[in-house]
Ligand binder design. Structure first.
Ligand code: SF4
Length: 365
């Protein structure tokens, strides 16, 4: 195992996919001591269902608890503090994670009710909930999704659920980026199981889910967030909190030098997502034939970046081809390896949104 490794699996059996990622990464061997207190930190932002694109899928928490118990770990706790606008006690029930905790007889700790202490986070005093200091190992389960202030939210920002509400308010007045980076100098993130199933296009509260049907595993939260940024069409160093976290020594932004381990079949199921109005508007630029979810999702994120830059205007609907149905076929502009016979295409299986953005900019500028 190297801090540079990351694991990726695609499909729809999310609980099983979580177990496969943990097994491939060797998380049990990394924890080693069976008596260790292990915290599992999902993203339970508010009273939402995971299908809306805002909160962690309960199937992933189920997979993690099943794996850990089977490996002989029993000192487990699921912990979270919802955002200021909601009660954790309500949110954890609505999203289904409370039932998963009950099923495994694992306690859920509501951090909105926890005491806290103020610590020095690389020169910045930050208040952190007491329960965090009782943990010997933390498995973070963030959702890869957009955010109205920080553009991307993932592993580093998911740590904000481990601080009291008063500190969350202060973080917002400080502009989020700097305190998020500093917080992660005192929060451990031993393993990150990334929920990239259907995170939101650009808003942390959900409403416009983009189906990718992927689960990933990372050892390095900065690498995880850098991957997330590229998956949404951004360069990691353009996101201030990711850049700052690297400068503080928390991890690396160099996704291109990381080692990707693909698990399972490699080729995912075909995209069948039902689009919201907003996503449908972007999807209208694509002519999809049997596209995989991850490929199609990357294109949606890329089109959203191009829309932000005002570059979609003047282009006709269906002008970008994507999907397995184009294998061996000719055409003009294609996305992904399946369109390799087109006049122009961006390679990758699936390609990253950041590469699609650059490719389409070159064609359309
Ligand atoms: S390039 Fe083809 S096979 Fe690969 S993810 Fe895209 S649609 Fe699927």
């Amino acid at each position: 195992m190297s801090k540079n490794d990351y694991y990726m699996i695609q499909g729809e059996d999310y609980g099983q996919m979580a177990i496969q990622v943990l097994q491939a990464a060797g998380v049990a061997a990394d924890i080693a001591d069976k008596s260790k207190r292990i915290g599992i930190k999902p993203n339970i932002l508010g009273a939402k269902k995971a299908s809306e694109g805002a909160v962690t899928h309960p199937e992933l928490v189920d997979g993690v608890l099943t794996y850990l118990k089977k490996e002989g770990f029993h000192n487990l706790v699921v912990l979270e503090g919802a955002w200021i606008g909601d009660l954790t006690s309500r949110a954890v029930r609505v999203c289904g994670i409370y039932d998963i905790c009950k099923k495994h007889q694992v306690p859920f700790v509501d951090l909105q009710k926890d005491a806290f202490r103020t610590v020095d986070a690389a020169g910045m005093p930050i208040s952190v909930c007491e329960e965090v200091f009782r943990l010997d190992y933390l498995i973070n389960i963030p959702v890869l999704k957009g955010h109205c202030q920080t553009t991307v939210t993932c592993a580093l920002k998911n740590s904000k659920g481990l601080i009291p509400n008063s500190e969350k308010r202060r973080f917002h007045t400080l502009g989020l980026h700097k305190p998020i980076a500093h917080l992660n100098t005192v929060i451990r993130q031993d393993f990150i199981l990334l929920d990239n199933i259907c995170g939101d296009l650009d808003f942390e509260e959900g409403g416009n889910p983009v189906v990718m049907n992927r689960v990933l595993g990372f050892w390095d939260p900065v690498l995880c967030d850098s991957f997330a940024a590229e998956s949404m069409g951004y360069r990691p160093k353009d996101i201030a909190y990711i850049r700052l976290a690297e400068q503080l020594g928390i991890g690396s932004t160099e996704v291109e030098h990381a080692n990707q381990v693909v698990l399972g079949e490699g080729i995912p199921e075909k995209e069948t997502m039902r689009h919201t109005k907003r996503v449908s508007k972007l999807a209208a630029y694509a002519d999809a034939k049997d596209a995989c979810s991850a490929c199609y999702g990357s294109l949606i994120y890329a089109l959203d970046r191009l829309d932000d830059a005002g570059l979609l205007r003047g282009h006709r609907a269906g002008s970008v081809c994507i999907g397995q149905g184009y294998r061996g076929k000719s055409g003009t502009i294609g996305i992904g390896r399946c369109t390799g016979c087109f006049e122009k295409n961006v390679d990758g299986c699936p390609p990253k949104a950041v590469d699609i953005v650059q490719f389409l900019r070159e064609q359309w500028d």
